[in-house]
Design a protein around this ligand. Structure first.
Ligand SMILES: C[S@@+](CC[C@H](N)C(=O)[O-])C[C@H]1O[C@@H](n2cnc3c(N)ncnc32)[C@H](O)[C@@H]1O
Length: 259
């Protein structure tokens, strides 16, 4: 059984506590959005699971959105469909209801990954598309030198990519997704060239992994980064990234077609 927090949050992060400023910092990035749309192919009806505030729901599709957290549902802009209060592990739809389905930055939070992916496969006739991070690559990011327990939490939470593929079955492709330097979706690696952004408490709060370390620890991590930015240490080590137009980090897109 999926345990739900007071605002309905069904995953390992409580969006009733951390979700309020999410849509301000996590605006869908159009370049990443194009990759998602392409993976959904010629679909007309698309299910978005763990839909949050509606990132990556393209207007060209007839979207059905599922989101358990009331705080996240409340942040959906008016032009998007209202999200249904349900969980990935128990989708309230008949078999084969949708041409395609998608889930972005969500699978690592589900309490039962296998059940959630099985449900997505069950209700989808065509591709199931999962935008997520590869836990093997999460610690390669420079932030690991400043916030090790945050990225340890990320690496622990993100399911192995091979496991996602095996659970979905069929014809599976895995594609690394390039992160643009001015990425508008503020997950940690989105700030690879703009480290100052991570000094903002709101930017950190919009990445749920920061809620897995004590507030004092997160504060000390941010202070370390602030010191290294002020005295030039960060730029001496990583400053070349400021001019790099995109970054290939841990972000990947998994696409599974039925076998
Ligand atoms: C990081 S947010 C991503 C939201 C949105 N997909 C995006 O890309 O901005 C993760 C979302 O997954 C949702 N979630 C967590 N556990 C879930 C579950 N078991 N079933 C469905 N959604 C879940 C959370 O409530 C949250 O809105």
């Amino acid at each position: 059984m999926v345990v739900r927090a007071r605002d309905g949050s069904a995953g390992d992060a409580d969006y009733g506590a951390i979700g309020a400023g999410y849509s301000g910092y996590r605006r869908p990035d159009p370049r990443i959005g194009r990759v998602v749309v392409e993976a959904l192919g010629g679909a007309r009806t698309v299910l978005n699971v763990g839909a949050g505030a509606g990132s990556y729901e393209a207007e060209e599709f007839a979207v059905t959105a599922v989101e358990p957290s009331a705080s996240m549902r409340a942040q959906r802009p008016g032009h998007l469909v209202e999200a249904i209060d349900a969980v990935a592990e128990d989708l309230p739809f008949a078999d084969g209801s949708f041409d395609a389905s998608m889930t972005t930055f969500s699978v690592h939070q589900w309490s039962d990954l296998a059940a959630g992916l099985r449900e997505m496969r069950r209700v989808t006739r065509g591709p199931v598309v999962v935008l997520t991070c590869d836990p093997e690559l999460v610690r390669d990011f420079w932030l690991y030198a400043y916030a090790p327990l945050v990225l340890d939490a990320e690496a622990r939470r993100y399911p192995p990519i091979a496991e996602i593929g095996a659970l979905l079955g069929g014809e599976v492709t895995v594609t690394p997704v390039a992160i643009p330097a001015d990425c508008t979706d503020g997950f940690n690696e989105a700030y690879y060239a703009r480290p100052e952004m991570l000094l903002q408490p709101g930017a950190r709060q919009a990445c749920s992994a920061w809620s897995f370390v004590p507030a004092e620890t997160a504060g000390a991590y941010a202070e370390h980064l602030a010191r290294d930015l002020a005295d030039g240490t960060w730029d001496a080590r990583y400053g070349h990234l400021r001019g790099q137009p995109s970054y290939e980090g841990s972000l990947v897109l998994v696409r599974a077609m039925p076998g």
